[in-house]
Write a protein that binds this ligand. Sequence first.
Ligand SMILES: [Zn+2]
Ligand SMILES: [Zn+2]
Length: 179
Amino acid sequence: MFIGLRELELHTVSFNVEIPAGEIDYESKISQSSVLHSEGTAQLLNHALGEVRVLGDLNVTVESTCDRCVEPTSFPIESHFDLIYMPASSAKTGGEDELDTAGVEVGYYEGSGLALKDVLREVVLLALPMQLVCSEECKGICPVCGQNRNQRECGCHPEAADDRWNKLRDFRAEIGQHN
Ligand SMILES: [Zn+2]
Ligand SMILES: [Zn+2]
């Protein structure tokens, strides 16, 4: 669905969409694993500036690999969003700084309007946690033997799992190569 400025100049545009998995490209390791449902409105706030407010609710489940143990993990998202979009041309005029201080998420659009899919993609990425983990307690992969430590304790020495020791070991290995 495309939300055109011409239409926004006449009235607020409502949307209610069901987007099947595979239609939106997310970041490489993130994929949609359910239908994405979103309902909301787009409104032209300022005709002269071309400032558009997109407001609504979204729910979807996405899948990613866990940052620690690399197992596929589902992330259900239910998000209420309220975003401001400005024409890309206004980003160069210093308007960005002004808006940033207001603490509002600002996006930019090119040309004659917004592709709703791009907006929803943004909402999904913003709603995801910074660290994608299967659980807060995930023990990750053993850096020594590669065992997923959620499934089995491998019994490697915990010292070896410490990053500082790995660096020291690598350093020693490097020195060793020169001898
Ligand atoms: Zn994990
Ligand atoms: Zn191990």
